[in-house]
Design a protein around this ligand. Structure first.
Ligand code: F0G
Length: 460
């Protein structure tokens, strides 16, 4: 019998420089975690071995991006790097007008202030923390119109980022289209576990909103990862380059906010892009108040150059296959240990189901927060809570109790190796083995906004 040789793939890059990490002992980690009030956001990064807190601003830039940094034109106005970025955004994403911002939430702030009036409703495919807060601060109310499957970590539907058009139709009937300034659509829905929206669903949404005269604003933070899933999973896209799919996605929307710290492979930066001249004009004026002049928006010229180059790299098939491939490798490994994770595996990280992992801990004792703390204690791997702490409180002061109580193992782009992925999976597995001995926590300090960043906890 002939042996079938398995053909592995590997990363389409090699290392030119390395960053040394500190290894810690269990007693050092215990001390560090206690000082951080059991909140992984409050750990010092020097006490962390493998940092999976976020994929935001944590990418390794390429040699080309670093070379671009040296070409920064640090003029106050009209930097050549701005024009390069503007051209790239137009060519790759297809949006007409560009306003750079220091990061995604800078764009969310400006856009929400311009488009939302008091009492408006903003439907969206699941909330994101900063996005919803800016919508609320502008006087709007977010309404979740994602399909029900997205709230079920066990459901293996391939496009859990899809919109339920019936939910949207009901909102339009109830409030009237005039009360809905736009539908807020994220590609690769973060809080659902990095789940994609299908092109078919997006097209249907476009047709409906066009009829109603409602805009679609695209949170395109992880658009390339979404496009990769469309290429892999949706009929008719298998032979299309990710770059083309990205452009098609954007073509069904009217504008976008972007945190370039994710997909676009930079450590800082973002933008607002819009096709509507009137909105652009207002945004161009407002950015001066909150970020900086409209040709730098809080960024240095070199940051805009790195972003322009990073956007180009982010839509290359080889890059995105390796990026998502690494996430899938980690997810499969965890599934091998029977660790309950959100399925299907998403684009930017593995989301562990803390309710299933620690079923004896009630949600008001923060199972996901507890699990993130335990993983750190075990191995120095830093993860993040995405559950009741992240969800925050409603306007009336009650806690939101989201169905999803997750710990996010977020994978930075181009930073860690397959061996790191093995260490991470093994650490999660050994915490899983002793799960019955783990107790929940109580919150002893709670800030007013986005509490997950700074809240402190004690064990019960
Ligand atoms: N939209 C999405 C979908 C995001 O994931 C983020 C940030 C933002 C907007 C805000 O962008 O941080 O540049 O201001 N997500 C990070 C994360 C913080 O860890 O998921 P920002």
């Amino acid at each position: 019998m002939k042996n079938v040789i398995k053909r592995s793939w590997a990363e389409p890059y090699k290392m030119k420089m390395v960053e040394l990490l500190k290894m810690t002992t269990p007693s050092q980690r215990k001390k560090a975690l206690l000082e951080a009030g059991y909140n992984t956001f409050l750990l010092k990064s020097q006490d962390v071995y493998i940092d999976l807190l976020t994929d935001s601003g944590t990418a390794a830039m390429s040699d080309r991006q670093w070379a671009g940094m040296m070409m920064g034109d640090e003029a106050y106005a009209g930097s050549r790097n701005f024009y390069h970025l503007e051209e790239v955004v137009k060519n790759i994403y297809g949006y007409k007008y560009l306003i750079p911002t220091h990061q995604g939430r800078g764009a969310e702030n400006i856009l929400s202030k311009i488009l939302i009036k008091k009492g408006d409703i903003i439907p969206g495919n699941m909330y994101f923390t900063t996005t919803r807060l800016h919508q609320e601060l502008a006087g709007g109310k977010f309404e979740d119109i994602i399909i029900d499957e997205a709230h079920d970590p066990e459901n293996e539907f391939l496009f859990k980022g899809n919109v339920d058009l019936n939910k949207l139709e009901r909102l339009v009937k109830k409030y009237g289209a005039k009360k809905i300034p736009y539908v807020s659509i994220a590609t690769s829905v973060n809080m659902a576990g990095g789940q994609p929206i299908s092109m078919k669903n997006l097209k249907e949404l476009r047709a409906f909103t066009k009829k109603m005269g409602i805009r679609i604003i695209h949170d395109m933070t992880r658009v390339a990862e979404n496009a990769y899933f469309i290429q892999q999973r949706e009929k008719g896209f298998a032979n299309k380059p990710v770059k083309e799919i990205v452009k098609e996605i954007c073509s069904y929307t009217d504008g976008a906010t972007m945190s370039a710290k994710k997909d676009a492979l930079v450590n800082i930066g973002g933008f607002l892009a819009i096709n509507d001249w009137d909105v652009f004009e207002e945004a161009r004026n407002m950015v001066v108040v909150y970020e900086g002049l409209h040709t730098y928006g809080g960024l240095a010229g070199r940051d805009m150059e790195a972003m322009a180059i990073g956007i180009g790299e982010s839509v290359c098939d080889d890059h995105i296959r390796a990026r998502v491939g690494q996430v899938i490798y980690l997810g499969e490994k965890m599934r091998g240990y029977e660790i309950p994770i959100v399925k299907p595996i998403g684009g930017h990280g593995i989301f562990v189901d803390a309710k299933k992992f620690l079923p004896h801990i009630p949600q008001n004792q923060f199972p996901a927060q507890t699990l993130a703390a335990e993983i750190y204690l075990d191995s120095g791997v830093r993860t993040m809570e995405r559950g009741v702490v992240s969800a925050g409180r409603k306007a009336n002061g009650e806690n939101y109790y989201p169905k999803l109580e997750l710990v996010r193992f977020t994978i930075p782009r181009r930073v860690y190796t397959q061996a790191h992925m093995d260490v991470i999976a093994e650490s999660a597995a050994s915490v899983y083995e002793r799960r019955n001995k783990i107790n929940g926590m109580k919150m002893v300090y709670e800030p007013k906004y986005l509490r997950f960043f700074q809240a402190k906890f004690e064990r019960v």
